[in-house]
Design a protein. Structure first.
Length: 277
């Protein structure tokens, strides 16, 4: 930069602005780590009393995490503005993806916190569940649109002179932006499925899994399986598959015939690994 500043008649360099954008993006990553730590504190509070100081602290921690995610969105937007001024189209695209991520993180955190409060108050009904699912679905559609606009804007801003250069530019966007954006859209889809499912389950603890195995009275090896969508089922007696059936949760094909498991099913290793002796 010093050498550039010495040259008479050359436009002022913009590298310092680009370094500033990189600093913004790095700070966002650090803040996401901080938010994860704070969320683990919230998870600990959820397992405790619902009254008094614990609930007040839960609300304070929730506000703090929301503030972190909101600041990430605002600073990603600032990074886009700075990158545009420095004509750094790749930084504009990268910062744009950070905006999409920030909106996802904030929405997911807030809507799951809302679900927690509804469950505590006994109001997590099917209509409310569908409402939350619809909100997640709409946000997912918005995120998909944002990613398409980001890609079109990027491709138009690149000085490609032939087809090969255009392919290289598109490949760069796919690797550095689109793949991440598609992952965020899928996270919205997962939220939608979670809320619209007929039944919402909390993860089982290790002790609960052990209790399940004990209740059946046989070794977990060769008896516990998962359908193609991850729902666990059990084959009794010898554990051999003798007939086709449908998963009661998602209607996927399960079990098999002639002691051969259906090709889409897998062994539920989280149960097979349990030793209760």
């Amino acid at each position: 930069m010093k050498e550039v500043n010495k040259k008479i008649g050359q436009p002022p360099h913009k590298a310092d602005m680009r370094f500033q954008v990189e600093g913004f993006l790095l700070s966002l990553e650090l803040r996401y780590i901080l938010a994860d730590i704070a969320r683990s504190r919230i998870a600990g509070l959820n397992a405790e009393s619902k009254e008094g100081d614990v609930h007040r602290h839960w609300l304070l921690w929730r506000s703090y995490v929301s503030f972190i995610y909101d600041s990430c969105i605002r600073d990603a937007e600032k990074a886009v503005t700075i990158a545009k001024k420095s004509s750094a189209s790749r930084l504009v695209a990268r910062a744009g993806v950070y905006i999409v991520r920030g909106k996802l993180e904030l929405f997911r955190f807030e809507i799951l916190a809302e679900r927690t409060l509804l469950s505590r108050e006994g109001h997590f009904s099917i209509p409310r569940r569908r409402e939350l699912g619809s909100r997640a679905e709409e946000r997912g559609k918005d995120a998909a649109v944002q990613m398409r606009v980001l890609e079109v804007t990027y491709m138009r801003s690149r000085p490609a002179t032939d087809v090969d250069e255009m392919r290289k530019e598109r490949a760069w966007f796919v690797e550095n932006c689109r793949e991440r954006g598609e992952k965020y859209v899928k996270e919205y889809e997962a939220l939608t499925k979670h809320f619209l499912a007929e039944t919402v389950y909390e993860p089982l603890s290790l002790q609960e899994k052990r209790d399940i195995v004990r209740a059946f009275g046989f070794s977990p090896t060769g008896h516990f399986y998962n359908c193609e969508n991850g729902h666990t089922f059990v084959i009794g007696d010898c554990g051999g598959a003798m007939e086709l059936a449908k998963c009661p949760e998602c209607k996927a094909t399960v079990v098999g015939s002639s002691h051969r498991l259906h090709e889409s099913n897998t062994r539920a290793m989280e149960y097979e690994d349990i030793s209760y002796h």
